[in-house]
Design a protein around this ligand. Structure first.
Ligand code: AHM
Ligand code: MG
Length: 342
């Protein structure tokens, strides 16, 4: 692998493509389109506060949340770059109720893209890092144009997944199945340059990330697990440190580099999030693919996220993701304490 600082993301995409002799460059171009959108969104995020882009649009999205102006900007930027690229047949975005089918006059391509254009956007006004998450599947429907089925595929069938984090620097982290690689945007040359080749997540961490304000709503298994992490045990590194930003991309990125576990479990019934908060297609599945390729694991508490069958675009799932041994240990608590009543 060449040295840091001179290896552009485009060269890296092309190198990865060489391991697929059948590839014709369309896939590399699609990744380049996403990187371009990331640079444009990064520019706008960095100006927030100076220009009139902070605050709400006044609309409510399909998730029932208020749409921030920057959410809207990120969503429109991605759509307008991808829908006329000729490389995409279907687009699913957290901000749009319906999937976007690429129709004439635009050419329909061979890939379906799911995305969360600006994750963590409730943090924008206070200058906390936010991010764009994306996931790419191959078109599987037979017709000339895409169908929703092209988006509703398991995480295991992803061809690529990644995120762009708009933090103290802007980074793009992606995998096409062959390692997880991180690139830092050098704003002086406008290029993502290789900074974190072949990221591996430690098998075990000593950090947990969860919104503990939801404690009352957790299952017995989750309550016991978090209590266990706070108990003293020098051998296994407990008590763990707590770090929760409330921006999935940021919490995930930290744990990917240093190890740890992120949890967004479901609420017990009668509370507002019986299926968790995070969306399977736009948030959980891409993060699950990335962490899997880096040696970690993602679970809904019982099953690998990569094996969950999506039934609808905006489906939610509990998400527990991070260091392999930590997530497996959480599953053991769930198996022990959350046995379903017969
Ligand atoms: P969003 O896609 O509307 O921004 O919501 C997702 C965000 C994640 O980034 C984060 O992990 C989670 O919501 C935080 O939720 P909470 O504020 O309930 O802890
Ligand atoms: Mg989100």
């Amino acid at each position: 692998m060449p040295g840091k600082g001179t290896w552009t993301i485009e060269r890296h995409f092309m190198l990865q493509e060489k391991s697929h002799p059948e590839a014709k460059g369309e896939f590399t171009q699609l990744l380049m389109d996403i990187a371009l959108a990331g640079k444009i969104i990064s520019r706008e995020v960095n100006k927030a506060g100076l220009v009139e882009i902070l605050g709400l649009t006044g609309e409510i999205n399909i998730q029932g949340e208020q749409v921030q102006k920057l959410d809207d900007f990120a969503n429109k930027t991605l759509i307008s770059i991808l829908d006329r690229s000729g490389r995409v047949c279907m687009l699913g975005t957290e901000e749009n109720t319906e999937a976007i089918k690429i129709l004439p006059p635009y050419t329909s391509g061979h890939y379906a893209v799911s995305m969360d254009p600006l994750d963590g956007s409730s943090n924008i006004d206070v200058n906390v890092s936010v991010g764009t998450i994306f996931s790419i599947h191959r078109k599987v429907s037979k017709g000339p144009r895409g169908e929703e089925a092209d988006l509703l595929q398991t995480g295991r069938k992803q061809l690529a997944a990644g995120y762009i984090i708009y933090g103290s620097s802007t980074m793009m982290v992606y995998t096409t199945g062959n390692g997880v690689h991180g690139f830092t945007l050098d704003p002086s040359v406008g290029e993502f340059l290789l900074s974190h080749p072949d990221i591996r997540i430690p098998k075990r961490g000593n950090t947990y990330s969860v919104n503990e304000g939801n404690y009352l709503f957790w299952s017995e298994g989750t309550k016991r697990y978090i209590k266990y992490l706070k108990e003293m045990d020098n051998q296994s590194g407990r008590p763990y440190t707590s770090r929760y930003i409330g921006s999935l991309v940021s919490d995930f990125h930290r744990n990917l580099l240093h190890g740890g576990i992120f949890l967004y479990p479901s609420d017990q019934k009668d509370h507002k999030r019986p299926h968790g908060k995070l969306r399977l297609l736009y948030e959980a599945a891409p993060m699950a693919y990335i962490v899997d390729r880096a040696g970690g694991y993602a679970s809904d508490g019982k099953k690998n996220i990569l094996d969950l069958e999506p039934k609808e675009l905006h489906q939610r799932t509990p998400l527990i993701v991070g260091s392999y041994e930590d997530v497996k240990e959480y599953e053991e608590f769930i198996a022990e304490y959350d046995k379903e009543k017969k």
